[in-house]
Structures are given as C-alpha cells and as structure tokens.
Design a protein around this ligand. Sequence first.
Ligand SMILES: Nc1ncnc2c1ncn2[C@@H]1O[C@H](COP(=O)(O)OP(=O)(O)OP(=O)(O)O)[C@@H](O)[C@H]1O
Ligand SMILES: [Mg+2]
Length: 52
Amino acid sequence: MHFTLQPVKDDGFVDREELLEEMISELMDIKSTTGYALYGKRRIGKRSILYL
Ligand SMILES: Nc1ncnc2c1ncn2[C@@H]1O[C@H](COP(=O)(O)OP(=O)(O)OP(=O)(O)O)[C@@H](O)[C@H]1O
Ligand SMILES: [Mg+2]
C-alpha cells in the first residue's frame, strides 16, 4: 500500500472550497474573535487545510 505523510498542495488539493472560504474570510476579519481548531479522523486532511 502506498501512502505519504505529506499534506497535499496546489492542484493536488480538491474540494473543501466552502470550508476554506469561511475560514479565510473569518481569519482575515480583524474584528473577528473566531478561531479554529481542526479535529477529525486520521488522514482526513487537517494539515493540508492549514498548509494551503
Ligand atoms: N483536500 C484534499 N484533496 C486531495 N487529497 C487530500 C486532501 N486532503 C487530504 N488528502 C490526502 O490525505 C492525506 C492526508 O492528509 P493530511 O496529512 O493533511 O491529513 P491529517 O488529517 O493531518 O493526517 P494525520 O491524521 O496523519 O495527522 C494526504 O497525503 C493526501 O493524500
Ligand atoms: Mg496531521
């Protein structure tokens, strides 16, 4: 079985548009006090989202 411990980047990253839009607009808003914690099953893509 092939697997990698690297996050996916650029063209390798698919979907998650809605989540990314929400996170980026919230984090760019200087008045916002909202933060994010990413949790989920192993290999679900947490680090890939943070590194994008
Ligand atoms: N948005 C995505 N598009 C395509 N492949 C993805 C995506 N997110 C994750 N993957 C695939 O899943 C793998 C694991 O992603 P990532 O390392 O980001 O997950 P993780 O939740 O941080 O994992 P771990 O539980 O090991 O810490 C990547 O190497 C990639 O193959
Ligand atoms: Mg991880």
